[in-house]
Design a protein around this ligand. Structure first.
Ligand SMILES: [Zn+2]
Length: 220
């Protein structure tokens, strides 16, 4: 599996032609390793409203494995003061519930998961608080999206081990971006689940880095 955090695609042009060119090269690279586009997983954290365009492009390029993570308390918030600043360079405006619901009905294959009630940093909350937050998100998702809440991505990509372990008891997939955890690249997983680290896939569009990574995995 190749997990690509959509944030890492921003360094590519969102221009459709450029994106297509990059993905065509990616497909060629993957075929060298006996992989194809079904092995690509793209995850959107926070999901800005203006990411709809990127999402549509990915779908038209045949990417089917797409995960979107939202924070319930940040949906439909238009107030600039509540924008989250992730990489400090660019404040983001999370998508709204209406938009997510329309994506869900238009593309039922897209998986929607949660990303903290308010994009909180789980390194700064107690185990008890984090459990309470997991339960609230699960409840919110069931109530508002009418489905089980199976996917969770830690805001800021990390948390203490005990909280990560607890999260994996609540969610089928728990996404991290933490170097302490073993990377998951293209390990064959029929029925996969558990904790997935995508740190290494913050590739910023650089296919050479990905090539080296895949080669290293293959030589293991
Ligand atoms: Zn986030």
């Amino acid at each position: 599996m190749i997990y690509i955090n959509a944030h890492s695609l921003y360094s590519l042009s969102t221009d459709r032609v450029e994106l297509e060119k990059w993905f065509r090269n990616l497909y060629i690279l993957l075929s060298f390793f006996g992989l194809h586009k079904d092995n690509i997983y793209v995850t959107f954290d926070d999901f800005y409203i203006d990411e709809n365009k990127l999402l549509e492009s990915l779908i038209s390029l045949g990417i089917k494995n797409i995960y979107i993570f939202y924070s319930p308390n940040l949906l439909s918030v238009d107030d600039m003061s509540s924008y989250i600043s992730i990489n400090s360079s660019k404040p983001i405006k999370p998508g709204n519930k209406k938009n997510l619901l329309s994506i869900k009905s238009k593309y039922p294959f897209i998986k929607i998961g949660v990303h903290g009630m308010s994009h909180e940093n789980y390194s700064n909350v107690t185990l008890e608080e984090s459990v309470n937050l997991f339960e609230k998100q699960i409840e919110y998702h069931k109530h508002n999206f009418d489905e089980e809440c199976l996917y969770f991505a830690f805001p800021y990509g990390r948390a203490p081990d005990e909280i990560i372990n607890r999260a994996s008891e609540y969610f089928h997939f728990t996404f991290l971006s933490d170097n302490r955890y073993k990377i998951t690249t293209y390990v064959e997983q029929d029925k996969f689940g558990g904790i997935i680290n995508r740190r290494h896939l913050e590739i910023g569009g650089n296919l050479i880095k990905l090539f080296i990574l895949l080669l290293r995995e293959k030589l293991k």
